[in-house]
Design a binder for this molecule. Structure first.
Ligand code: BJ8
Length: 428
């Protein structure tokens, strides 16, 4: 990797501490990712992105800022990327997935809080995340109580704007969300000095739809048995989706999908001579809380056993790309309505009721030919933990095996989780 120390210094980073962080990532990535066999060639681009995760992309953000462009950090798939793009700013997903930051987060937050919140707070306080350091503004949302209150503390360190997300899906909630999107447009126009026009918004909707389509194409290819790509690699792509340039990312995912298409054709030709089911790995769906980079814990455990993760019903999975935004309409109000309609189709446990998530799970179980579901719950995430009971009941009614695993970013429980997953795979 090139020397980015000057760049990091200009971002007011703690270089010494950042060196400690950089020392752990290559080893973790090597043992989790590079050790996989038979990876598609197209993963080389994503390997490169990871190797330059604190380098090239940060350089691109810095160049954008030099031209007076703005960078905005987000934490939730409800924040409409289309508005950020239409105001000519760059959005970066900041959901922190490393144990490295938890300790610093705990200096200002209670210990019994979701690790994702503690990690993002720690990432900012420690000055070791160059994405955070590049942000002119953070966009939070009122999804869970932990995040909602954490924005107040974060705002002391970086300007934090909060979108008020409704928690029900009645007509009045749709109307309210439209109003919130309007206010967000106003905020983005104020900080960037750029007007969000109908044409600009329509073209950013189009860009985002293309990106969603590419991810959907990747997930559709995973429906094939055996999946032409590992769950670990797919998860990485979903994680990189939050930070990479939209056009380049879409192009690279489509290139990879072309390769996977070809792989499937080869497998189909060979399948006549294979003893199919004997070799078949158990097909697992992951559902639950998001897995922010570099949280690869659950996938890595499952795929070290005789199983493959073929779909993630999470925000680092289907919830990010399902449903496109309509480009129909003549006015900005029309497009705002289309945005509100699409975004409120996301089935997050912060909504009550949230029965759409159960429908999604049942549908995916069929479409992806699932053998079992693993509900992965970040510790202290109450909305998902409480929702688990209803999910368990609904899946059991359909004879779909499911287990719940609550965990954080630490590695102490890896052995224990492995034993539970192993037992689960044996019975399904
Ligand atoms: S749409 S899942 S990204 S809120 S931070 S709720 S894990 S206790 S992230 Fe989320 Fe948006 Fe919903 Fe998706 Fe729980 Fe932790 Fe809260 Fe979390």
């Amino acid at each position: 990797m090139a020397d980015y120390r000057e760049l990091w210094t200009s971002l007011d980073m703690d270089l010494e501490k950042h060196d400690q962080l950089c020392a752990v990532l290559p080893e973790a990535y090597g043992s989790t990712y590079l050790s996989q066999e038979n990876r598609p060639e197209g993963m080389n681009y994503f390997n490169f992105v990871v190797s330059e995760i604190h380098g090239l992309r940060i350089q691109e953000l810095a160049e954008h800022k030099e031209k007076d462009g703005k960078v905005v950090g987000t934490f939730c798939v409800f924040v409409p990327d289309e508005i950020i793009l239409a105001s000519k700013a760059i959005g970066v997903g900041l959901c922190a997935g490393s144990q490295f930051w938890v300790e610093d987060g705990e200096t200002v937050l209670p210990r019994n809080l979701c690790p994702l919140i503690k990690a993002f707070m720690g990432a900012k306080l420690s000055g070791t995340c160059p994405y955070f350091q590049s942000c002119d503004m953070i966009v939070g949302e009122t999804t869970c109580d932990g995040k909602k209150k954490a924005w107040e503390i974060l705002d002391e360190h970086v300007p934090t704007y909060v979108m008020d997300l409704p928690q029900m899906k009645r007509t009045k909630d749709y109307n309210m969300w439209e109003q919130e999107i309007k206010l967000f447009i106003k905020k983005m126009e104020d900080i960037t000095g750029n007007k969000v026009t109908v044409e600009g918004l329509r073209s950013s909707i189009d860009l985002m739809n293309k990106k969603r389509r590419a991810l959907k194409r990747l997930y559709d290819l995973r429906k094939y048995t055996p999946s032409p790509i590992s769950g670990l690699d797919s998860l990485l792509i979903s994680q990189i989706a939050f930070n990479d340039d939209v056009v380049r990312f879409t192009e690279k995912v489509n290139e990879l999908c072309d390769e996977l298409d070809a792989r499937i054709s080869v497998m189909e030709e060979a399948s006549a001579s294979l003893e199919g089911d004997k070799e078949r790995k158990k097909r697992i769906m992951i559902t639950g809380t998001p897995m922010a980079v570099p949280n690869w814990k659950m996938h890595s455990i499952i795929e070290s056993l005789n199983a493959e993760v073929v779909v993630e019903e999470t925000c680092t999975g289907t919830r990010y790309f399902e449903n496109e935004v309509s480009t129909e309409g003549e006015t900005i109000e029309d497009l705002i309505k289309n945005l509100a309609d699409r975004y409120l189709k996301i089935n997050c446990a912060c909504f009550t009721p949230n029965t759409g998530r159960i429908d999604d799970l049942v549908r995916y179980a069929k479409e992806y030919n699932i053998d079992g579901v693993i509900h992965s719950n970040l510790s202290f995430c109450h909305t998902y933990a409480v929702e688990y009971k209803g999910i368990e009941r609904a899946l059991k009614e359909k004879s779909i095996p499911v287990i719940n695993i609550e965990t954080d970013y630490a590695t102490e429980d890896v052995g224990q989780i492995k034993t539970r997953v192993e037992a689960f795979l044996e019975i399904i």
